[in-house]
Design a protein around this ligand. Sequence first.
Ligand SMILES: [Zn+2]
Length: 321
Amino acid sequence: MRYIVGIDLGGTNIVAGTVSEDGSEILGVLSEPTGAEGGADAVVDRIVKLAKKSIAASKVKGIAGVGIGSPGPLDTKTGVVLLTPNLGWVNMPLRDRVVAGLGLPATLDNDANCAIYGEWWRGAARGVNHVVGLTIGTGIGGGIVLNGDVYRGASDIAGEVGHMTIDSTGRLCKCGNYGCLEAYASGPAIAARATEGIAAGADTSLPRYVNNDLSKVTAQVVYEAAHDGDDFALEVVRDTAKFLGAGIGSLINIFNPQVVVICGGVTLAGDKLFVPLRGEVKRRAFKPAVDVCRILPGELPGTAGVYGAAAVFAKMTWGRV
Ligand SMILES: [Zn+2]
């Protein structure tokens, strides 16, 4: 059995794990703060050290290479990260730097592509051919798997589902566009809609959850209040389902996937989100597409990106996974 080290590089943490080529085993899963403020060299150093530690902890021989998932945009052919506002990188040759540090071959792909490919390989979307996925956190990333391969488009941008316009004159998004799905349904956007509602006089117990400090309202706090039965918090969650439903309905009409997988903290809202979301999608998308599509929470929180980065390495290197 050959093994692949999967690296999930995020703005906050780096996660590494050693994955068997058939995906049946994941060993030596370790995490460390990214420490982006220390500069690119320090981050590469940390990735290399964490990969070595994961290999040592896994106690396996036969490491074939390293799959890296990184925030983008990036170029999968040259292995260069073009631009990451989170990490402050421009034209950073991440793949080759890791190759030099570890003496192992490596591949590079977008972090959200990796997370969704991981869910396709070993998680909620295993066993099907066509998957669309969303990773919802501080932003909304996404990935598209068609016929068991990541669909990357002409210049590795495909799958940026968070920047699909759902309201042409809507809220300003961090990307510069107006009305992106991310500007409504990311964690900070959910919190922003809640605090705006409170400022406008909504009758809600939400301020009590944060000692009246509205700057401390997060999506998590909104879910908590919704679970406790707060009507306004429930309305914020239902609105989130409506916005996501508009976006996912479009994705279902375009890609006709068997599974839409949703990863990230938003899944903590559970049925309060998924039930109205499925209803919204049903109202919006074509019936034969909705009938074959399951909308599911991710099953690999914390490791989807590691699995997926390893699977991308296998697919790019051996042509199969
Ligand atoms: Zn945007």
